[in-house]
Design a protein around this ligand. Structure first.
Ligand code: DON
Length: 306
């Protein structure tokens, strides 16, 4: 299979649609990004990377960071994390608060904002926010095997100033006793993890352990056990696109995690890690062209898990 050609054909097919969707503007700094961009990188488990379009342009990974923070939290606290966050699809938007009231401040899953905030609180584990941010950044550099990765401080500050809904979610959960740290500390880490800037190539490297039974084939480092990799992939399939998760599973058939920066990380178990990016979002907050690209890729490669 000629993956380089497939990547280039996807870029050509999407060229006329560049700019489709709506760029996230509730984080003012994200609204400044040029919407007419698209990139794709495919890194296979034998260590080859195929890329096309704006595959080396760094973008804000936003909610894709939730996969990596979940991996860190599971490493620290193991299966006990499930006492504080569920594993079910939410059927609600990524920043919804409604379910929290009926379910005692326990968010449905680790990928909606409420769930991710609880996961960040677990990673914080009594440390200063700066230490938790440092731990996350070191982990991401180790996963991507790239010391140059950095957090876009402007994006983090922009969300810190305007993240009213996240403050509401965090305060609500703290009221239920499901946050151990001051809201400002947990959210300070959360806004920074979301503001990590990665290119499609870097993101496809960082996610590769999930496609290769928990071991990064680029470095040989064992990140998680095969069982844990399988479970993280299961959560991505069921919950990675919020109330668009069913549609993504139907159209693409791969575990995936989206972010409002317009990125999507998809995992083809045993085959490859794929990162796509285009800033315009569909109605449920997932990259419009990114989703279309992954549908084309799944059709051309036959990589759907079904
Ligand atoms: O908390 C937020 O609203 C953002 N930092 C992340 C949300 C996000 O990426 C949702 N994804 N599609």
């Amino acid at each position: 299979m000629d993956l380089q050609r497939i990547a280039e054909e996807i870029v050509s097919a999407l060229e006329p649609r560049l700019g489709e969707g709506k760029v996230a503007d509730y984080i003012p700094e994200l609204a400044r990004v040029d919407p007419k961009q698209f990139g794709i990188a495919i890194t296979t488990v034998d260590g080859q990377t195929y890329k096309a379009g704006h595959a080396d342009t760094a973008f804000s990974i936003q909610s894709i960071s939730k996969v990596f923070m979940l991996t860190l939290a599971l490493g620290k606290a193991g299966e006990s994390i499930w006492k504080r966050v569920g594993r079910e699809p939410s059927g609600s938007s990524f920043n919804s608060i409604v379910q929290l009231e009926h379910e005692h401040g326990i968010p449905r899953n680790p990928f909606i904002n409420a769930g991710a905030i609880v996961v960040t609180d677990m990673v914080l584990a009594g440390h200063a926010p700066r230490e938790a941010i440092g731990e996350y950044l070191r982990f991401m550099r180790y996963l991507a095997d790239d010391e140059t990765l950095s957090i876009d401080e402007k994006v983090a500050q922009s969300e810190q100033r305007t993240g009213y809904r996240n403050f509401a979610l965090a305060n609500f959960m703290r009221g239920f006793g499901n946050l151990d740290h001051p809201v400002e500390h947990t959210l300070g880490v959360y806004f920074h993890q979301c503001a990590l800037a990665l290119s499609c190539v870097q993101l496809s490297h960082a996610g590769l352990f999930l496609a290769n039974r928990g071991t990064n084939p680029l470095t040989g480092f064992s990140v998680v056990s095969p069982k844990r990799a399988r479970r993280i992939n299961a959560l991505m399939l069921m919950c990675g696109h919020y109330d668009g998760s069913g549609d993504f599973a139907y159209q693409v058939g791969l575990p995936g995690k989206s972010g409002v920066g317009g990125g999507i990380l998809a995992v083809a178990p045993g085959k490859a890690s794929i990162a796509v990016w285009s800033p315009g979002l569909n109605k449920v907050g997932n990259s419009a062209l990114g989703s279309a690209a992954l549908e084309m890729l799944a059709t051309r490669t036959g990589w759907s898990v079904f």
